[in-house]
Every structure is written in C-alpha cells, then in structure tokens.
Ligand binder design. Sequence first.
Ligand code: COA
Length: 174
Amino acid sequence: MEPNRQKRIVIREAERKDSAAILSCLQQVTMESDFLSSEPDEMSLTVEQEEQFIEEMSARSNSLFLVAQSGEEIVGTLTFTGGTTRRTRHVGEAGAAVLRDYWGNGIGSKLIQGLLDWCPRAGIRKVNGRTRSDNVRAIRLCEKMGFQREGVSKRAIQIDGWYFDFVLLGRVVE
Ligand SMILES: CC(C)(COP(=O)(O)OP(=O)(O)OC[C@H]1O[C@@H](n2cnc3c(N)ncnc32)[C@H](O)[C@@H]1OP(=O)(O)O)[C@@H](O)C(=O)NCCC(=O)NCCS
C-alpha cells in the first residue's frame, strides 16, 4: 500500500496499545536501512516485552518514548534514556527511526523537537546521540537541531566484516 503522506503526523508519547505497531515499525526500519545497531532477526522483543518497556520508560521521569503517528500507523519512534544515578540523571542517549517511505518529510525533526521541548520539564541538560559516520542524513538532521560533533568511536559497528565508526553527537539544553 502506498504511504499516505497527506495524513497529519502526530508526535506523542508511546502507549501500551502501540506495542505491536512500534515493533513492526522498528522491524521494517532494520530491513530498510543498515543504520540501526540490530539486524532484523535480532529484533526479537515480544509484544508483551515491548509493552513492559513502554511502561518502564513512562515510569521514569528522565526517559521518553515518542512515536510519530500517521493515521493508524506508527511511522517513526524516538527513545531517550536518562541516566540512573544522581550524577547522570541530567543526561541521556537518544535514538530515532523513521520508515523509509516517510524520510525527508520532517518527521525526524519533529521527533527531536518533541524531545528538546520535553527536556527542561524533565531536568535534562544534555542529550547525546551516536550514529554511523556515513549516516549523512542523521548527522545533518542532528546538526540542524543544534547538536555538535563531540568525537568519533572507532570500529563501533561491524557489518559483514566491514567496520564502521560512530560519530558522537551532543546537544546542550539550557
Ligand atoms: C535519520 C532519520 C531518523 C531522519 O528522519 P527524517 O524523517 O527523514 O528526517 P527529516 O525529514 O526531518 O530530515 C532531516 C534532515 O535530513 C537532511 N536530509 C534530508 N534529505 C537528505 C539527503 N538526501 N541527504 C542528506 N541529508 C538529507 C536535511 O538536513 C533534513 O533537514 P531539512 O529537510 O530541514 O533540511 C531517518 O532517516 C531514519 O530513520 N534513518 C534510519 C535509522 C537511523 O539512521 N537513525 C539515526 C541513528 S539513531
């Protein structure tokens, strides 16, 4: 079925009822793109485990799970996991994924903006992210949203015997 890009995109927090749709979205992104850390057959969470994960994220005041919804479909996700100690609760790691058919429509930007809007309320002062150094789209998206390159982690990913570096990206939240 053709994606309906005319439908309004709603960015909202993930709920238990989204579990199956989130799993299918993430499974699809792993098949469409090499840029996630898992391969399709490693996306092995059950719907129940995903429900539990959503509840755990929602219960943590410094973590966030956003979805992008188009009609009935989940077309993108963003997770932000905050630190678990007093010294690290202000900082965390974000990761985003959007279905390929919807790339270039501003959904990634909206997900990150949703995260940045939430950060002050949650006491988050720093957002970290990392992606393959050849993931030009993700790096441009992050830089557009105010992230800076903070370093490189060498040989962070291995695919079919080829090694890839990660670029470490960081966004200070004032
Ligand atoms: C990275 C990803 C989340 C971006 O989502 P998206 O919905 O396409 O993002 P946007 O439409 O908001 O575009 C973001 C920016 O990408 C850049 N961009 C768009 N098309 C591009 C292209 N063909 N080449 C390079 N950069 C491009 C632009 O800077 C764009 O912002 P702009 O249109 O305002 O100038 C999505 O491509 C994805 O899910 N990729 C696979 C998983 C992944 O790489 N995740 C990130 C690592 S955690």
